[in-house]
Design a protein around this ligand. Structure first.
Ligand code: FAD
Length: 309
């Protein structure tokens, strides 16, 4: 990554945690251009988009946005929102599941309370035949998130999985352990600002590690989601699976709502399972800023859409 891009990314990721900027974003709703990446502010908006994607052959994971909450009352609201979301997915016959962030359930405030909130969502999802993915946030939460998923699995909840980030040095070991326990994983490059003592800094090295992790998981046949918009990585996955005789039922591709939609459609047409990550809710600001940081060109797109409205 060149110096300018690194500086841009660091500045934007710093803004993701800024409370004043977040409050301002809520005031202006999705008008700042975030609607390109966010399905809407309500559950009905998300369900409508999920139906549209399902009709095009794309399955979904619905994410009620909200992270780093300030109290366990807010955690209880997240829990209720996820119960409502599961009921709606089930009632509307949506081909999809849910993703949630552990800090949205109070991981930073009360670990036992967080565990019990997430457990209640996972149990309800199991009752409805649905799957729950715990997204991976920044490194202070890696260990706790993995442990939470392992505990739930050990309790017999097999409908829960998490995410492993290729930029972290620890990921190879984590994959080894989680694969041995048969845990469903999503593999990503990683979206947060991490210190050099924990994470690879160079895109080339992260990409190489991503390929290694993909190969290890495909060889294991434990169900894996490869979540990327990187066509070289997608080509690598397809070719690795083909040459090793790994069935398409052992993995899926995931991409974010609003990004590379033609590629999502093309993969689905080829017969791969493709899942679009569909975020919705009023707390869209940090999610939106991470999407801008991933690709400087997005900022130009957003500026253009604001000034040409
Ligand atoms: P890159 O090398 O960053 O991008 C490859 C190409 O994809 C770019 O050249 C560009 O054309 C396109 N592209 C990538 N990002 C964008 C964008 N924002 N806007 C427009 N085009 C873009 N990260 C976590 O840390 N934890 C998670 O739980 C997590 N969950 C995710 C779930 C899904 C379904 C996906 C797809 C990503 C998730 N991520 C998560 C984000 C991930 O870590 C990366 O930050 C993100 O996917 C960008 O990396 P990339 O693999 O697409 O490759």
């Amino acid at each position: 990554m060149d110096f300018g891009t690194r500086l841009f990314r660091t500045a934007l990721l710093g803004l993701a945690g800024n409370r004043a900027a977040r409050a301002l974003s809520q005031k202006y709703g999705l008008k700042l251009g975030a609607s390109r990446f966010v399905a809407g502010e309500t559950m009905d908006d998300a369900i409508a988009q999920a139906k549209r994607l399902n009709a095009a052959g794309i399955t979904v994971t619905l994410d009620y946005l909200g992270e780093s909450i300030g109290s366990m009352e807010e955690a209880a609201e997240s829990e209720q929102a996820y119960h409502a979301l599961l009921a709606s997915i089930h009632r509307e016959g949506i081909q999809g599941n849910v993703s949630l962030k552990p800090t949205q359930f109070g991981l930073a405030i009360d670990r036992d309370g967080c565990r019990s909130g997430i457990r209640s969502v996972v149990k309800e999802a199991a009752r409805l035949g649905l799957f729950v993915r715990l997204d991976m946030e920044d490194s202070p939460w890696t260990e706790a998130t993995i442990n939470l998923v392992r505990e739930l699995h050990a309790e017999g909840c097999c409908n829960v999985g998490t995410v492993i980030q290729a930029y972290l040095y620890r990921s190879e070991l984590d994959i080894h352990q989680l694969t041995a326990e048969g845990i469903n994983l999503r593999l990503v490059k990683g979206a947060y600002k991490e210190p050099r003592k924990l994470a690879f800094d160079s895109k080339r090295v992260v990409d190489a590690n991503f390929r290694r992790l993909i190969a290890a998981r495909l060889d294991s046949r434990v169900y894996t989601a490869i979540a990327t918009h990187d066509e070289a990585i997608i080509r690598y996955t397809k070719s690795y699976a083909r040459t090793r005789g790994i069935p398409r039922t052992a993995f899926e591709f995931q991409m974010l709502y609003g990004i590379r939609t033609p590629l999502q459609l093309a993969l689905a047409k080829e017969g791969y399972t493709v899942r679009s990550y569909v975020p919705f809710g009023r707390s869209w600001y940090p999610y939106f800023v991470r999407r801008l940081a991933e690709r400087p060109a997005n900022l130009t797109f957003i500026m253009r859409s604001i000034f040409t409205r």
